[in-house]
Design a protein around this ligand. Sequence first.
Ligand SMILES: [Zn+2]
Length: 199
Amino acid sequence: MILPIVVYGDPVLRKVCSAIDKNYEGLDELIKNMFDTMYKANGVGLAAPQVGKPIRLFIIDATPFSEVDEDEEPEYTPEQMKQMNGFKKVFINARILEEEGEEWKFNEGCLSIPKIREDVMRQPNITIEYYDEHFKKHTDTYDGVIARVIQHEYDHIEGRLFTDRLSPFKRKLISGKLSDIAKGKITADYKTKLYQAKK
Ligand SMILES: [Zn+2]
């Protein structure tokens, strides 16, 4: 089932999300619906607050990064592309234990902030502890684009958005567009849910 995606301005995107356990009602179905929703919107990651649930759950499928048209110059090394191809994972109750290395720039976008993309600086290497969809615990290290996608989704479960990481100047430049999104003046190619503030 395709779920509507919550957009900028909805307070659920600002919540520090709660941990869940394996008895969380409807978890399997929620995960399945989140994948359906993410694929439909051509995303590579989706966090539960983006579908209105303030819980520590996000999903990733980095495969689109490994698909390059033949006439395109590949952006990544063959090794990175191989790593991204089929990198489909569920992260539950994730905790980033370590971030290391010199910050690098990557152009990020977000399904909750349609039509805005900006370069964001983050560290390249992370160590993350999480549970998979079977509640098996993992501690993994990632780098490159995969680490980047994880960091972006992890921010969501901490109530942060990539726009928070821009310089005050850049943020000012896009502030008009952001308030338009919050007011519902958006055009997205997927189903969105507008926040209706209670009067
Ligand atoms: Zn996002």
